[in-house]
Design a protein. Structure first.
Length: 349
C-alpha cells in the first residue's frame, strides 16, 4: 500500500523519510510537549500555584497509543480526581491526621478506584488524588489541584486530537501488514510440522487468540476513527476489502489450526500430513490477496493462478482421501479458498 500523506483519506506518498520520521516519532513528542506546556502556563497565569504539576500530568498519562481515546480517558481521569478530592477532604474534615484516618482514605480510595474502573482498568486517579490531598493538608490545596487537573484534562481532550493527528488509514494498513507477516509465519510453521511429524511427546504450540482476533480489532478501530474524523467511506487501495478478507479467513484458519491440534497427527497419519501442499498454496494465495496485489493497477493474474493451484491441490486431496475426518479438517482450507474467490460456501464436505 502506498504511503499516505498527512491528511487522512489521501493516498499520496510521503515525499521524504524525514516526513515519515516527523509524523511517526517527532509528532507524538511535540503533541505531548504542547499539551503539557499549555496547561502549565495557563495555571501560572491563573495563579493556582507556582508549580502546577497536576496540570501537566494529564498529557503524560492520557496521550497514549490510541490518540482518539484521549477525550474518554480525560473524562475518566477528571471523575477520578473529583472523587479523590471529595473523599480526602471529607475524611480530613471529620477526622484528624492519624493512622486511622490514613487507613480510611486508603481503603475508600482503593474501593473507589475499582468501582470506577473502565474496561477492567482501575481508575487510579481516585486513590492517587486522595493520598496527595491527605498528605498535603494546606488550605486551598484541594481546590488548586482540582482546578489544575481540570485545566490539564481539558487541554488534552480538546487540543490533543487536533495536533498532528495520525492517519487512520496508515495505521490500519500497518496493522494489516503486521498481521499478514505473523499469519504467514504461523502457517509456515504448521506446514513444516505437517511435512516433518513431531517427535513423540513434543507438543504443538498453542494458538493465540490475539492473532485471529486482530483483523476484527483493526476493522473496528478504523470504523471508529473514520466516524470521528468523518473520513471518506472508501479507503485507498481496497484497504477495507482486505481487512474484511482477513476477518473472514481468520475464522476458517483458526478452525483449521484448532482441528489440527485436536487430531494430534503423527507420522502414520498420511492423509493429514499430505495437507501440507494444500496449506502452502492457500497461504501463498492469501498472502498475495492481503498484500493488495489484486487491487493494484496491474492484472491480478498471479493471485488467480495461485488460487487455482490451491483449489486443484485441495480437490486432489479430497479425491485421494474422502474420509469424513479428513473432510472436516480440510474444510478450513476450503472455506479460506472460497473467501479468496468471493464465492459462497459450497455444501458438503
Amino acid at each position: 500500500m502506498p504511503g499516505t500523506s498527512g491528511k487522512p483519506g489521501t493516498s499520496e506518498a510521503l515525499p521524504t523519510p524525514w516526513s515519515r520520521a516527523l509524523r511517526e516519532r517527532i509528532a507524538p513528542a511535540g503533541r505531548l510537549v504542547v499539551c503539557a506546556a499549555v496547561p502549565w502556563y495557563l495555571c501560572l497565569w491563573f495563579g493556582t500555584s507556582t508549580a502546577p504539576v497536576p496540570a501537566a500530568l494529564p498529557a503524560v498519562l492520557i496521550l497514549r497509543a490510541d490518540l482518539f481515546a484521549a477525550p474518554r480517558l480525560a473524562l475518566e481521569r477528571l471523575v477520578g480526581v473529583v472523587v479523590g478530592v471529595l473523599l480526602s477532604v471529607t475524611v480530613l474534615h471529620w477526622l484528624p491526621v492519624s493512622s486511622a484516618s490514613f487507613m480510611l482514605v486508603l481503603l475508600c480510595g482503593t474501593a473507589g478506584m475499582y468501582l470506577l474502573r473502565h474496561d477492567g482498568s482501575p481508575n487510579q486517579q481516585v486513590l492517587i488524588t486522595a493520598l496527595m490531598i491527605y498528605t498535603t493538608p494546606v488550605a486551598g490545596y484541594p481546590l488548586a489541584r482540582l482546578v489544575e487537573s481540570a485545566v490539564g484534562i481539558a487541554v488534552v481532550a480538546l487540543l490533543g486530537p487536533l495536533l498532528w493527528p495520525p492517519d487512520p488509514y496508515r495505521e490500519a494498513a500497518a496493522g494489516l501488514e503486521a498481521y499478514r507477516a505473523d499469519l504467514g509465519a504461523r502457517l509456515e510453521r504448521i506446514s513444516g510440522r505437517l511435512r516433518t511429524p513431531r517427535a513423540p511427546g513434543e507438543p504443538y504450540a498453542a494458538e493465540s487468540f490475539a492473532l485471529w482476533h486482530r483483523p476484527y480489532e483493526l476493522s473496528a478501530a478504523l470504523d471508529r476513527r473514520a466516524r470521528r474524523l468523518r473520513l471518506p467511506t472508501a479507503p485507498p487501495d481496497g484497504l477495507r476489502d482486505r481487512l474484511r478478507l482477513a476477518g473472514r479467513t481468520a475464522l476458517s484458519l483458526q478452525y483449521f489450526t484448532r482441528e489440527l491440534e485436536a487430531r494430534d497427527p503423527g507420522p502414520e497419519d498420511r492423509a493429514v500430513r499430505e495437507l501440507a501442499p494444500v496449506l502452502e498454496a492457500t497461504a501463498r494465495a492469501l498472502d498475495t490477496a492481503l498484500r493488495g496485489d489484486g487491487h493494484s493497477a496491474g492484472p491480478p493474474a498471479g493471485l488467480e493462478a495461485e488460487l487455482r493451484r490451491a483449489t486443484e491441490l485441495e480437490a486432489a486431496h479430497r479425491a485421494a482421501h474422502p474420509g469424513s475426518g479428513d473432510a472436516l479438517l480440510r474444510s478450513g482450507l476450503r472455506l479460506t479458498q472460497q473467501a479468496l474467490a468471493g464465492q459462497p460456501p459450497a455444501p458438503g464436505p
